[in-house]
Ligand binder design. Sequence first.
Ligand SMILES: [Zn+2]
Length: 334
Amino acid sequence: MELGGGVPQAPEPLLITELTDYRNGIYTLDAEYIRPLVAAIHLVVDQGRVAIVDTASNHALGRTQNALAALGLGPEAVDYVVLTHVHLDHAGGAGAMMAAFPEARLVVHPRGARHMAEPAKLFAAVEEVYGAERARSLYGELVPVPAARILAAEDRQTLPLGGRVLEVLHTPGHAKHHLCLFDHASRSAFTGDALGISYREFDAEGRPFLFPTTSPSQFDPDDMRASADRVLSLAPDALYLTHFGRVVPAEAVVARFRRLLAGHRDAACAEENTPAEGRESRIRTRLAGLMLEEVRAHGCGLPEPEVLDLLRLDLDLNTQGLAHWIGQRAAAPR
Ligand SMILES: [Zn+2]
């Protein structure tokens, strides 16, 4: 798809190889961001009305339009485009989607709202993390969302959708402006990055491997733990992760997430008072060791180089986020 020329107008040729129907009004579409099975776009459909949860990048618009068409729904069926947070693997396509779905309101945490109306600062921050060239190729041109169409959602705010109600929960930790969405009808939680990542490649006999994402620049481990506890206290039947898909929060799955979150924190704290020179690479080495150990204990049969290859970007981002976090701690008054 040609990017940079504004909003893509025409849907791509029908290509929705990966639209999963969970038979509870929830569908998951593979955004094909970076590679298959990395970023999901979830659709909640009730009485012909639609909420889209996370947008991936501009590249996913055509696929989303095709998915709606395949469900017999037009662009005006979309009531909400909900962003769990404004990192661009979740929100990069928001402006393009809002232009394509005329009835939709953009639901975002109050701390993220401004960035969607004026995305220049957000894009600059992303260039900082990814480099300018890669940022451009991943995300293209960010389309601003008219401020009047943005709903800065408060904690516990409810969103009626057809015959069901979606509830917003503020869930800081991955980012200060992170929110989750709880669907009371299906007892499902749309967790963005609040409860981590679970790549399907790591499934072992159908059991998912759940690990935290600590990417920059607002990661806070204590907030992440509290937010996870809050979502899990609602006893969801399933979590719908952006990376990737449906995860049943069985006790062992959640225990591993908690252990890995503590492990990430410890890896950072162990390097807190070491020389700045080489600190990031030492944190990364610690994280790689921790992850390999847990992937193996989980029973995943993939060879080590393949595991590290699948985790490469997350290890980089998690390292950067942890280094940033200890840097902030050092700067903060004790
Ligand atoms: Zn993400």
